[in-house]
Design a protein around this ligand. Structure first.
Ligand code: FAD
Length: 302
């Protein structure tokens, strides 16, 4: 399995394949985990989720941004998404990857773009999550969040449990709304746990810490063992349901998403959309090679 994981992560980092994929619309089964290629389709998907009692966080997919013009285009699209969510009365917040709006180009340029996004969302009382990416972007992302929070309070970020420094960071940033995840990228043994058991144990420790000491906690996982543990933990510690939510990705474990919402837990689905779906989809295959079934079904059921 680790070999397959590495294989799909490598594919996710291939810019040529990424460019090719964009030309052909949603393919290879991506349509079951990506909510369309444009805002209108994403809005329809979110309306449906809202009808089921599920809130959303929306990600306008975009990777390999190395030109300022591409970053500005991405920022403008995110501003349009914020406007569309507001106009349609959708229960959703925004997820943004700093690299998409210029982190790999110029820090100050990225700061300006994020300020505009967070400022616009603030007008509508909408939260913005800065998604975490690879290790080299971790510290700059925390710093951007800190700097922007001097002006706006509607931001938070992600703590990835595979990093050795996750505990230190969760303590430092406990007063922010945080999404806790296991971690999706390939990281070196110098900075991150490689063993699934170590990651899972750290994940549980971080979740318990933030539920007890932090602001609002988003527990983002498809792992039923972790979810069951959290249910018991909040019961034992009298933690009210409005202090946390569960999050899962669009199209994954749909029945469990619905069940958790019906049980009265706050539930939020991460809704990715856009023509730049390739890297996102490859990372999902890396996490769970069983998802390759999605691909084979699509290829053979033409
Ligand atoms: P896994 O370890 O993948 O799965 C644990 C077990 O759960 C599996 O062994 C299986 O028994 C069961 N299971 C899992 N999936 C399924 C399924 N589809 N059907 C049936 N059983 C299943 N990562 C980042 O690095 N940065 C981010 O900003 C980020 N944001 C995220 C936002 C959300 C809402 C979510 C859900 C994930 C995000 N991730 C992010 C990805 C995350 O880091 C993990 O890579 C991803 O969630 C896979 O780990 P897992 O916790 O779901 O459990």
């Amino acid at each position: 399995m680790p070999l397959l994981r590495d294989f799909f992560i490598q594919l996710s980092e291939n810019q040529l394949l990424n460019n090719a994929a964009q030309k052909y619309g949603l393919k290879l089964g991506a349509q079951s985990v990506v909510a369309g290629t444009n805002i209108e389709e994403a809005i329809e998907s979110m309306k449906e989720l809202n009808r089921l009692g599920i809130s959303c966080t929306v990600d306008n997919l975009g990777e390999f941004v190395y030109e300022k013009s591409e970053a500005i285009k991405a920022k403008d699209e995110i501003l349009a998404v914020i406007e569309a969510i507001h106009e349609n009365g959708i229960d959703s917040h925004i997820s943004v990857k700093p690299s998409q709006v210029g982190l790999d180009i110029d820090y100050d340029f990225c700061y300006d773009n994020l300020m505009e996004i967070v400022g616009k969302a603030h007008q509508y009382n909408m939260h913005v999550n800065f998604d975490q990416e690879t290790y080299d972007r971790l510290q700059p992302t925390f710093e951007l969040m800190e700097k922007i929070s001097e002006t706006y309070d509607n931001i938070g970020t992600v703590i990835q449990a595979y990093f050795f420094n996750a505990k230190e960071n969760i303590e430092k940033y406990k007063d922010y709304r945080l999404r806790l995840v296991k971690g999706a990228y390939k990281e070196s043994a110098e900075v991150a746990y490689q063993d699934k058991l170590d990651i899972d144990l750290n994940f549980i420790e971080l979740i318990e810490y933030h539920l007890l000491h932090g602001k609002f906690t988003s527990i983002a996982t498809h792992d039923h063992n972790v979810i069951n543990h959290v249910k018991q933990f909040v019961k034992d510690h009298n933690i009210s349901k409005d202090k946390f939510e569960f999050q899962m990705l669009y199209g994954f474990r749909k029945e469990m998403q619905l069940e958790l919402a019906k049980e009265g837990y706050n539930f939020c689905t991460y809704v990715p959309f856009g023509s730049d779906w390739y890297g996102y989809f490859m990372r999902r295959l890396a996490e769970r090679p069983q998802n390759i079934n999605l691909v084979t079904k699509q290829v053979f059921n033409k």
